[in-house]
Design a protein around this ligand. Structure first.
Ligand SMILES: N[C@@H](CCC(=O)N[C@@H](CS)C(=O)NCC(=O)O)C(=O)O
Length: 333
């Protein structure tokens, strides 16, 4: 390595450090796949953050003071998660006018990539870096406008065609067809503070009923979602199979926000869990009803399914060093 490259790398690392002088706090519904996307983007750029985790329904309490200005979609409330806030550390201590507030996983990934990706033409910018490589990570959105538009279009597609259908399909299995203990376990396994665990365990029947009713979860909607997922996996498999020679990614030969979005939103459908890097304990379809296990296995065998498993293996990595969990109410919430 020449001294010129070394000096450039050092200055990039210093630049990175300067930028991490923002204090990041992420409010999540801990098990949610859209929240996994935001967590993954933070972990990918190794940005330390405090995660304030909630369970579905109880997130309204955690998000009460941080609501979005409007409902992003008919299936969301103004308490929608993920919610990322970034407050400058020393330069403007306490100056909340400079606070960054983002209520959408794509906006979060784009913001982090803009701020923390390796600069164009640097040695890291065009490599297909795995989670173990050091130095700033490549841009998740590409520096080329046409490529970025493609990535954003795929993200939007997955946000509509995968995210909501994985939610309906998985909730139908877990809340309506699995033993109650599996649904209750979402509030256990170190997912949240102790008070939330108690409330969830005690009132699980009520939470489950509200989720099922409000998200219109039943066998008919789940069957429709299952079919949509099956078709979407076929489509994604074709995209991956028709790509340029070299490592198979959705856009070009490099891991981008399109792959990250697909892997986070569809992970639960192919049985991804905490041991694969998912940032929470989630019920495993591999342990659900035989028909759910069979569908999980069917998806895992597709090119798209294999790609998701591979993305977790190569790019999910660990929680960003220096990150922690935020608790309130005497450490119980
Ligand atoms: N388009 C949004 C969707 C986020 C979303 O659907 N969040 C769900 C969790 S899976 C949520 O917070 N629902 C509860 C609510 O809206 O109050 C994103 O990508 O961030």
């Amino acid at each position: 390595m020449t001294s010129e490259i070394k000096a450039r790398d050092q200055s990039q690392d210093q630049d990175q450090n300067k930028k991490t002088q923002l204090n990041f706090s992420l409010r999540t519904i801990v098990i949610s796949h859209y929240n996994e996307k935001a967590r993954w983007a933070l972990d990918y750029y190794r940005i330390p953050y405090v995660e304030h985790r909630s369970l579905p329904g109880l997130h309204m309490i955690s998000m009460f003071k941080h609501q979005a200005s409007s409902r992003p979609s008919p299936t969301n409330t103004r308490c929608v998660t993920p919610y990322l806030s970034a407050v400058p550390d020393s330069s403007a201590a306490g100056d909340l006018a400079n606070e960054v507030k983002l209520h959408d996983s794509t906006q979060i990934a784009e913001f982090l990539s803009d701020q923390y990706a390796a600069p164009p033409n640097s040695k890291q910018s065009d490599s297909s870096s795995s989670s173990s490589s050091s130095g700033p990570r490549p841009n998740l959105y590409s520096n080329d406008a046409a490529t970025k538009a493609k990535i954003l279009a795929l993200e939007e597609r997955f946000g509509k065609m995968i995210g909501p259908h994985v939610r309906i399909y998985v909730y139908n299995e877990v809340l309506r067809h699995s033993p109650k203990s599996v649904g209750r376990a979402m509030g256990q396994n170190d997912n949240v503070g102790r008070l939330q665990t108690w409330i969830w365990t005690l009132f699980f029947g009520l939470f489950s009923w509200v989720l099922v009713k409000s998200l219109h979860i039943n066998d008919k909607s789940a069957a429709r979602s299952k079919e949509i997922l099956r078709r979407e996996f076929e489509h994604i498999s074709r995209v991956l199979e028709s790509g340029p020679p070299g490592p198979a990614y959705l856009v070009g030969n490099q891991f981008t926000a399109a792959d990250l979005t697909l892997a986070s939103l569809a992970g639960a459908a192919v049985g991804i869990g905490r041991e694969d890097g998912y940032g929470a304990w989630v019920p495993q379809l591999t342990k659900a009803r035989p028909e759910a296990q069979a569908f999980c296995e069917e998806l895992r065998q597709t090119t798209a399914g294999k790609h998701i498993l591979e993305c977790y293996k190569l790019h999910r990595g660990e929680k960003a060093p220096g990150s922690s969990y935020g608790y309130s109410f005497f450490g119980l919430w």
